[in-house]
Ligand binder design. Structure first.
Ligand SMILES: O=CC(=O)O
Length: 367
């Protein structure tokens, strides 16, 4: 019985070892603290029912779950809530594949036997975490595996916004290619700049790592807790208060979770403290920025430009006033959208669900 689960774990390790930075082996090899009754259930074959809430969850995760679980899958896209609430009834585990609200309504529909949930996302602002906690259901998510994809995109946005990609492209569309002017479409340099991170966890650090090849001068960061000394040394990074970050950074990169404390902190007051030449990049969550205030700051050239992968709301209306501006590059929240990253996210999520079902600590618990 035990061997069977360890066999499953070993297979996961084998298939997942290419996911860099993820501590699979020690946890899996140790086997964790298994709960006896759950082991018995596991040994009885596909005794667990797992709901996968999205039809496009990559096969890698589904295959892992299939080995020990009966899979029920939502088929509608966009997700039909009624279908989800119908299919969740009586399941033991859930791989929550989209950004639908995961709340008391869904948990009530599932029933009291539900013992393991994992999202397939880093951010969990669409989850009613206190409600999941109150029911003592282990909850996993998938940070870390998406750090590199999001960091790559952040650097892309930083360059696109500072070098005026959007505005430049529009000049071509509008037959206004005026390169006979020497000062045409001049942008901001990255070399010798100060890059300020609002939030300096895995994604922020992955961005800093990439930018270290761009000859930047220094890294500042604002977080609740100071990061490890070795990390500060690696990036020549200094923790500063929010006002200092705003005042001294040439590039301000938002890489923090959305919480009640971070919601709307980038507002008119904040923009007024930034350099007029500053570039704002947001790859975290749209609601951290007051978008009306950002619009005004960009329109009045109070700040130089912005590169956004996230907006408020999402999807952004094609008629949104933000899109009328030359000095903002907007993407439709595609930070983690690479084939490999999605596959890795499904692997971790499946793994979290399996570990929750087995009574083991999840690989990446959300609380
Ligand atoms: O934004 C994407 C995520 O949180 O995974």
């Amino acid at each position: 019985m035990l061997n069977r689960f360890i066999g499953l774990s070993a297979a996961i390790v084998g298939r997942s070892s290419r996911i860099s930075g993820f501590p699979f082996s020690p946890l899996l090899k140790a086997g964790g603290s298994r709960n006896q009754s759950q082991n018995r259930t596991m040994s009885a074959g596909k005794a667990f029912k797992v709901l996968v809430t999205h039809p496009e969850v990559p096969q890698e995760g589904i295959d892992l779950l299939k080995e020990n679980c009966e899979i029920i899958q939502v088929q509608s896209v966009p997700i039909n809530r009624a279908e989800l609430l119908e299919k969740i009834r009586g399941v033991d585990g859930v791989l929550w594949g989209g950004h639908e609200p995961l709340n008391a309504e869904a948990l009530d529909a599932a029933g009291p036997q539900l013992k393991s949930i994992s999202t397939m996302s880093a951010g969990i602002d669409y989850v009613d975490v206190p409600e999941v906690k109150r029911r003592k259901i282990p909850l996993g998510h998938t940070p870390t595996v998406l750090n590199t994809a999001v960091a790559d995109l952040a650097v892309g946005l930083l360059i696109a916004a500072s070098r005026r990609f959007h505005e430049g492209r529009k000049t071509i569309d509008n037959d206004k290619w005026e390169n006979y002017h020497l000062n045409w479409l001049l942008g901001q340099d990255i070399r010798d700049s100060t890059v300020g991170f609002y939030g300096f966890g895995g994604i922020g650090q992955a961005i800093a790592k990439r930018l270290s090849g761009f000859d930047i001068d220094k890294v500042l960061y604002t977080t609740r807790r100071r990061v490890h000394k070795e990390i500060e040394e690696e990036f020549n990074a200094k923790k500063v208060d929010f006002d200092t970050l705003l005042a001294e950074s040439d590039f301000v990169v938002i890489a923090s979770p959305l919480t009640k404390d971070t919601q709307g902190v980038f507002n008119a007051t904040a923009f007024n403290k930034m350099k007029q030449t500053a570039v704002l990049v947001n790859i975290a969550r749209g609601k951290i920025v007051n978008q009306d205030d950002l619009y005004e700051a960009l329109k009045s050239n109070r700040i130089f430009s912005a590169g956004l992968d996230v907006t408020d709301p999402e999807p952004l209306s094609p008629k949104d006033k933000l899109l009328t501006l030359d000095n903002v590059v907007v993407l439709p929240h595609i930070g983690s959208a690479t084939k490999r990253t999605r596959a890795d996210m499904s692997t971790i999520a499946a793994h979290n669900v399996l570990r929750g079902l087995a009574g083991e600590p999840m690989l990446s618990p959300a609380y």
